[in-house]
Design a protein around this ligand. Structure first.
Ligand code: B12
Ligand code: SF4
Length: 534
């Protein structure tokens, strides 16, 4: 076997496939916008920066280009990483690489959560690459032909490297990911972030963030950067220092980027942080709302959301120019026959357009999984995505435990919620609400070429939504209302309207899949269904 540490090593990094049926895979919108896929593979770009820089690297993201024989023929080593939703693709890639006699290294969230599934790989480099990749390279230097590397230690983000952003073609993606922190101080029972990354928010320094922004800028990237943090405001003090520096850098560079991120809802109570985020043009924030019922929030330890008015919090974000995307969950213990209606009201009254409503999923390693196991209620380990390639995330699978409410009731409620919120009339009502309440700053300065690209996307969208039997009237009504009453928000409103194309298809898919599940339960009755899954 070739000495893999030597300088001529060809390292092929493969981003495994995400299913087209996921809430997050709005590929049709990407096409309209002139891209191929929503998000860049930040994990692998970081891995490439952690491996010996004298190696040659090639990234193939299967979501944007086909993987070919010649890629494997070129490679001395193959690196594969990903999350639960990519498990099937990762496993098949390991076999494929082995057919070409390439040694395979796997890592990332799913191999870390459940390494037993990935034993066919040659090297399992688990946990945070910053800690375990050096252990793997040590063994490689000794000539070891296989190995498993893990550590309880958490990476010091102040030592984090700049990801190899140069390895991707920016035009393939709608947004490029960057990471400011890892970990979250809260303790939600169902959350695996705190199991994987800990409860102390570890942040990069402002200088590191500027270095990454500068690297992207120098490579010619402009536009949307998504901070993929678990909770962007996990360390508020450090964040305000970082935002101040980003503000100065953005001003000097004529606002080449705008941003999005994920945060806990208490950001809505912090006007200083909101102001600073507005100053650098944050446009979207994803909030885990989960449920509007305080009793359930307490039970699931999501205390940060208790006693919060969702409508007020969301409108606060709008007043700072940020659109709220949110996650909701159904299937908690203690739900009632009122749960679905309360969730629908919460989504509709707050005008949240992009609402990801999922079924509670006991993910590996979480406190929830441990409790359900102890109570004898866990049906499967929360681990493999069942045998259907259609079951990708908590919208398509989930409820992998014996529920307290009858499963059929939950599934019927689930369908009712999805049908309601993605009904065109209700969806466009929310777009109008958001369009009228949003106060965007629009600091980002697109180039002429980007404006032309957006113009073409807008025309395509007008044809697709505006001259369509179901959405035509709704689209133009929304367009005219927002452009006359709050013209600054028109771009945001049009973008939200575009997302309907994806949600319309995706919600139909979810409804069909859930109906199939309901039918199969009705055929064999619920108790037997639970036994069969045990
Ligand atoms: C951004 C993100 C997304 C983006 C994905 C964008 C993309 N193209 O990658 C979107 C929004 C699409 C997404 C969706 C989902 N996500 Co997600 N996502 C994240 C998030 C917030 C950040 C990922 C990231 O870029 N991190 C930064 C990089 C640097 O870290 P990393 O990828 O983990 O890589 C490090 C190590 O893992 C390791 N490593 C990674 N790959 C490899 C490969 C090799 C060979 C080696 C050696 C090491 C290695 O080294 C890196 C440096 O330390 C994470 C949480 C988190 N903190 O990571 C969740 C997370 C990965 N997502 C998760 C899940 C469950 C999902 C969903 C299934 C459901 C959901 N939560 O919405 C969907 C599925 C989507 C689908 N398309 O089918 C889980 C995964 C759990 C698991 N055990 O697998 C996580 C951990 C969080 C969570 N609890 O929700 N997600
Ligand atoms: S606030 Fe979000 S990231 Fe933090 S523990 Fe709860 S679910 Fe996890």
């Amino acid at each position: 076997m070739k000495n893999l540490l030597e300088s001529g090593t060809n390292c092929l990094l493969i981003q495994s496939e995400f299913s087209n049926f996921s809430f997050w895979n709005y590929v049709e919108i990407c096409k309209i916008a002139g891209a191929k896929y929503p998000a860049s593979p930040l994990g692998l770009l970081t891995v490439a920066a952690l491996l010996p820089q004298q190696w040659k690297f090639k990234i193939v993201d299967i979501n944007v280009e086909p993987l070919q024989e010649e890629h494997f023929e070129w490679a001395d080593m193959v690196c594969i990483g990903g999350m639960l939703a990519q498990q099937k693709s990762m496993l098949s890639l390991i076999d494929q690489a082995h057919r070409y006699h390439c040694p395979v290294v796997v890592g990332g969230p799913d191999p870390t959560s459940q390494p037993s599934f990935y034993q066919s790989a040659d090297y399992l480099v688990l946990g945070e690459g910053e800690i375990t990749i050096p252990l793997f390279l040590n063994d490689l230097a000794k000539g070891c032909q296989s190995g498993s590397y893990e550590s309880d230690a958490k990476a010091d983000m102040k030592e984090a490297v700049v990801p190899r952003f140069d390895l991707i073609r920016f035009k393939d993606y709608i947004q490029v990911g960057m990471q400011y922190s890892r970990g979250c101080p809260f303790n939600c029972e169902f959350c695996d972030v705190i199991e994987l990354y800990g409860r102390k928010a570890r942040t990069k320094t402002p200088e590191q963030i500027i270095k990454e922004l500068q690297a992207l800028y120098d490579l010619g990237y402009r536009g949307h950067i998504d901070f993929v943090d678990d909770n962007f405001i996990g360390n508020k003090k450090n964040l305000s220092e970082a935002l101040a520096v980003i503000r100065d850098w953005s001003g000097v560079n004529n606002y080449p980027f705008y941003f999005s991120t994920e945060s806990s809802i208490n950001l809505a109570d912090d006007d200083d942080l909101l102001r600073m985020m507005r100053d650098v043009d944050f446009r979207y924030v994803f909030i885990g709302i989960e449920t509007s019922e305080d009793e359930i929030l307490r039970l699931t330890h999501k205390k940060i959301n208790v006693n919060k008015s969702i409508v007020k919090s969301v409108s606060k974000f709008y007043s700072y120019g940020m659109i709220v995307n949110a996650g909701f969950i159904i299937g908690f213990d203690n739900e009632s026959d009122q749960t679905a209606d309360k969730m629908i009201r919460c989504i509709q009254d707050s005008g949240i357009c992009m609402a990801m409503v999922g079924k509670l999923y006991a993910l590996p390693g979480t406190q929830l999984t441990k409790r359900l196991k102890k109570e004898g209620r866990l049906l499967e380990d929360g681990s493999t995505l069942r045998d259907s390639a259609l079951q990708i995330d908590q919208m398509s699978s989930g409820l992998n435990f014996i529920t307290t409410r009858p499963r059929l009731e939950i599934l019927n409620d689930y369908i009712r919620i999805i049908k309601y919120i993605y009904d065109p009339v209700h969806y466009f009502e929310r777009v109008i609400y958001t369009g009228l309440n949003l106060k965007p700053v629009n600091k980002y300065r697109p180039s002429i070429a980007q404006m032309m690209k957006s113009g073409r996307a807008f025309m395509r969208l007008c044809v697709k939504l505006g001259f369509n039997k179901t959405t035509g009237w709704l689209y133009w009504k929304m367009f005219l209302t927002v452009i006359f009453k709050n013209p600054r928000a028109i771009e945001a409103a049009v973008n939200l309207a575009a997302m309907f194309i994806h949600f319309n298809n995706q919600s139909k898919f979810i409804i069909d899949l859930t109906n199939e599940e309901i039918n199969s339960i009705e055929i064999c009755d619920e108790e037997r269904h639970d036994q069969l899954m045990h």
